[in-house]
Design a protein around this ligand. Structure first.
Ligand code: TYD
Length: 211
């Protein structure tokens, strides 16, 4: 089993890469469970709605962090650990690194406090590898707008933050990856889906996560 996390700005192509990896793992007969944060459990999905909706009362920065962490602890206890114990691979769209990037980088809560709450919520569970799909903020905004025009969805509360917020988020992801380079894989999200998939499989093989 392996616990792989995918991170990046909105529109960086996490879900397409995750789906491609899931198909490859299934082809190889490896049991795989795909999930996401915030959410991944019925209670987590309710919390997700409370965090991301634009109507209704907005949480303060600290409340927002606690809501992400509440969703995370439910997710780890009820889904991620049980799946890993069963021997499945777990592919998770965002995890603890997002709280560091968005709530510490973006909202400027101290990183130590976010790390402490991440540890509390996860009980110390860490990803075997975190894949960062790195994308400039301007490109992320273009892709988000394109997606909105295509499916009529409007931006959620976090997506509607200013470019300066998203720039701090991006820089936090890059700094986290640099500080712990063996646990992170940084990919250039401007590459084609086929190239990104090839780079991911090569890295998983080199790191002996995939045999
Ligand atoms: P989502 O629609 O899942 O974004 P994406 O499809 O791009 O992954 O919404 C999740 C939003 O919540 C996203 O903007 C990032 C943000 N977020 C945080 O601010 N902190 C966190 O800990 C997590 C997990 C997500």
């Amino acid at each position: 089993m392996s616990f792989l996390v995918f991170e990046g700005l909105d529109g960086s192509g996490k879900s397409s890469l995750m789906k491609a990896l899931e198909a490859e793992l299934q082809k190889r007969g490896i049991p795989t469970y795909m999930t996401r944060e915030p959410g991944g459990t019925p209670l987590g999905d309710e919390i997700r709605h409370m965090i991301l909706r634009k109507e209704g009362p907005a949480p303060t920065a600290r409340t927002e962090l606690l809501l992400y962490e509440a969703s995370r602890s439910q997710h780890v206890d009820q889904v991620i650990r049980p799946q890993l114990e069963k021997g499945s691979w777990v592919l998770c769209d965002r995890f603890a690194a997002s709280s560091i990037a968005f709530q510490s980088g973006g909202r400027e809560i101290s990183e130590n406090e976010v790390v402490m709450l991440n540890n509390f919520a996860t009980g110390g569970l860490k990803a075997h590898l975190t894949v960062l799909l790195d994308l400039p903020v301007e490109e992320s905004r273009k892709r988000r707008q394109g997606r909105g025009e295509q499916n009529g969805e409007s931006e959620d509360r976090i997506e509607s933050e200013a470019d300066s917020f998203h720039e701090k988020v991006r820089q936090s992801f890059l700094a986290q990856a640099k500080a712990d380079s063996s646990a992170w894989l940084v990919l250039n999200a401007k590459e084609t889906p086929a190239v990104l998939f090839e780079q991911l499989i090569k890295a998983l093989t080199d790191k002996k996560i995939l045999k």
